[in-house]
Structure formats: C-alpha cells, structure tokens
Design a protein around this ligand. Structure first.
Ligand SMILES: [Zn+2]
Length: 406
C-alpha cells in the first residue's frame, strides 16, 4: 500500500476562538464504522478529524465549507490499482500499464491505494509475459522475509497471471502469507481444469485471503438456469473475501447483475486501475461504485465496501473511517440523478439513474481536489488578489487547492 504523500499540516491559528482548521458544514455523513448516517458537521484540526456533531459554529473554524446536499464519507480505499512507475509492463492478459497515483485517485475521492504493498510471489514482480510463469522465481520464504522487513507498506502477497496447470504460485503465495501473517490476493490467471476455481476458494485459500476479479467471465458463477452456484456462498462462509478488481477485462454485467440480485455481493469494491481500464468501462472508483448502486446496492452498502471493508481486509483499521482522532481523509460526494449509462469489459451497457461524483477530497486535513471550488472565495470578493496559497511548514507557498488564509 502506498499512502499518498502529503504531509503539510495547518497547525497554527491567529484567530482566537477559531481553533479548527477546517469545517465541513451541513453534509450528510455516512460512516460504516460508527454506523452514522445523518446530517453532521465535521471539524478538522492538525490533519485529524477533531469533532463530528450536529452543529459546529463557523466561528470555531478558520475556514468553513458549505457541503449541504452532499455526502461526506471517509476517503475511499482502493485495494487493487497499478500505480507504480517503470515496469513498462504491457502483456496479453490485461494490457496493464500503470499510472502515477495522485493524478487518478484524488479526483475520485480515493485517499488510499494498495499496490506495492501487495508483494508479488514472483521475485521479479509483475513483469508480464514469461517473468510471471517462472516457478523457480516463487520463493515463499524470501517473499515473507521481504514482506516482514517492510511491514508498514506491505499488506499482503499477490499472485497473478499464471498460465500453467500447477497450483504452485497459489501455494507459495499462501505459504508466504502464512509466514508473514498477512493475506494473499489472487488473480487466477488462465482458468484451467487441472486447478478448478472451486478448489481455490474452498480448499487452497485461507479465511481472510482475497480473490480479486469476482465478476470475471471465467469464474463459474451461475448454473444453466441462472442460479448462483452454492459453492460461492460456501466459500464466503469459510471467510474468503470476494473483491471486484474491475480492470480492463474482469467485470461483466451478465455475471454481476444476476449474482447481486441473488445476494452474492462483493466484500470490497476496487478498480484495478491502469491506463486501459480507466479509458474503457472501468473509468474510476466512483464509476465502479455507481455501477453497484444501479445494480441495487444501497449507498450505505456501496460506501462500506469502498471504505471500511477494504481497510479491514488489509488489516489497516486506522483507515476507511471517519472518527475523532482518525486521519482527516475525507471524500465529499454528490449523488447525481439523471439518465446515465455504464459499460462492462465486453462493451455491454447498463442504463442507470444514479451516479456518484467527487466534489472534494481531503487528505490529512488538506483539500487536494475541489471540482467546483467550494473551498474557495469568489474572485470578485478578494480585492486585488495575488496567489491564493498557503504557507507550509518549510516556509514555501503552496498554490494548490489548500485552504487559504483570509
Ligand atoms: Zn491488476
């Protein structure tokens, strides 16, 4: 996992009573952890959530943002993304090629992404092609040691894209996960009769291990009459986690719609963000979440699966929640009503009437994305304005979307 690196904090105040740095006023707060689902004000100080209450006066904050009519949620947690630089990977499976995180996360309300943190069982990493087929380069002990050495950033072991008939990559990943006491995330590569998917989720993986790409074409999901196969519910009962991992090739409405109607909903929603997926059906985290809203999940269910659940899956209970003392990672979302359409990886469309849009993203107490400038002052009220920036700890002026002093 890579937490996005913005560490400026606005700790000082020359405004007497105004002890909070930032106040979000009048928004509808949904927080799965505290089961809060009501209109609340949220105050932020020193990069942390400082208060959540029915009414916090503007006079107590240096800056107040009116978020009436919007939803205020924990910053979204996306556990399947490709945001490392430099592998140059582009292969026959996914056409993977990765992006830089800050460019494609903040604008979707995402404040935490998981990537390097899922250490690949392949010593040479997710290099594509033959690199990922080399069984001799899948050393459970060495992988576990590396994971433990960097345990602040490595939250799991990943195995992916394997073509062969052997179980070896899965077995070695589970062995490494057991040694390092962290979960395994599986992309099952080419589905083969020698290693049935049913055995993966019923026998090979441990409770707490994650199967990503749940609504992939190749996953045996429905019987001939369209009923969800019972083994999937059995696997869930065993504690196997089913994650979306939409990507460029792994999400079909003809799997997802009937499955969700019959109660087989994902444990977590993730994007599998890379350049191809973001320019095709996947687009971004909020678009994937909107698909699930239009397939019948409630907003509360969708948000829990995009905040608290993924944080728990990677055993980071400090993330994915809005509570006093937690990092002020916040997404302010608008639920638009209208005529929309959503596209799966085979190009099929699902019409829908709801869509989530990110208005504002706050990371560690700082505004890092602001679609409509709701944290800003109108230009004609500022007088002869110059740079609307903020002094940071090192004395430089940041001209981005940070809270400006009046
Ligand atoms: Zn991926």
């Amino acid at each position: 996992m890579k937490r996005l690196l913005i560490f400026f904090a606005l700790g000082y105040s020359a405004f007497g009573q105004a002890h909070y740095d930032l106040l979000l006023q009048g928004g509808h707060v949904i927080d799965a952890n505290s089961k809060l689902n009501a209109v609340r004000d949220v105050a932020i100080q020193d990069g942390k959530v400082a208060a959540i209450a029915a009414h916090i006066p503007s006079s107590e904050a240096r800056k107040t943002i009116d978020v009436r009519g919007l939803y205020v949620t924990p910053g979204l947690v996306d556990i399947h993304v490709h945001v490392y630089a430099g592998t140059g990977m582009r292969d026959a499976y996914s056409g993977d090629h990765s992006v830089y995180p800050d460019g494609f996360t903040f604008r979707s309300g995402v404040t935490t992404v998981v990537v390097l943190a899922l250490l690949n069982i392949v010593g040479n990493g997710m290099g594509g092609g033959k690199i990922e087929q080399n069984l001799d380069d899948m050393d459970a002990k060495a992988t576990a040691e590396a994971a433990e050495k960097y345990k602040d950033t490595v939250v799991g072991i990943k195995t992916a894209h394997y073509d062969g008939p052997e179980w070896t990559p899965v077995e070695r990943a589970v062995e490494a996960g057991t040694l390092a006491n962290i979960p395994v995330m599986v992309d099952f590569g080419t589905f083969r009769p020698e290693r049935p998917f049913q055995d993966l989720v019923l026998k090979k993986l441990r409770p707490g291990d994650i199967y990503t790409h749940t609504y992939l074409d190749a996953v045996p999901m429905l019987d001939a009459s369209g009923h969800v196969l019972p083994y999937l519910f059995e696997a869930r009962k065993r504690g196997i986690i089913f994650d979306v991992g939409h990507g460029g090739g792994s999400f079909l409405f003809r799997q997802a719609v009937p499955a969700i109607r019959q109660g087989f909903v994902p444990d977590s929603i993730s994007t599998d963000l890379h350049i191809d997926s973001m320019n095709s059906g996947m687009k971004n985290m909020l678009n994937v979440m909107s698909k699930f809203l239009n397939m019948g999940l409630t907003l509360e269910d969708v948000l829990a699966r995009s905040t608290l659940n993924p944080a728990r899956e990677i055993k980071r209970e400090d993330l994915g929640r809005l509570s006093v003392g937690a990092s002020a990672d916040v997404a302010v979302l608008r639920l638009e009503k209208g005529d929309f359409g959503f596209v799966d990886v085979f190009g099929a469309r699902l019409p829908g009437h709801q869509r989530l849009v990110c208005e504002l993203t706050i990371r560690n107490g700082l505004v890092v994305y602001d679609l409509n400038g709701i944290s800003r002052t109108d230009w004609d009220k500022l007088g002869p304005y110059k740079v609307q920036g903020e002094a940071t700890w090192d004395g430089t002026i940041s001209t981005g979307l940070r809270t400006e002093k009046k």
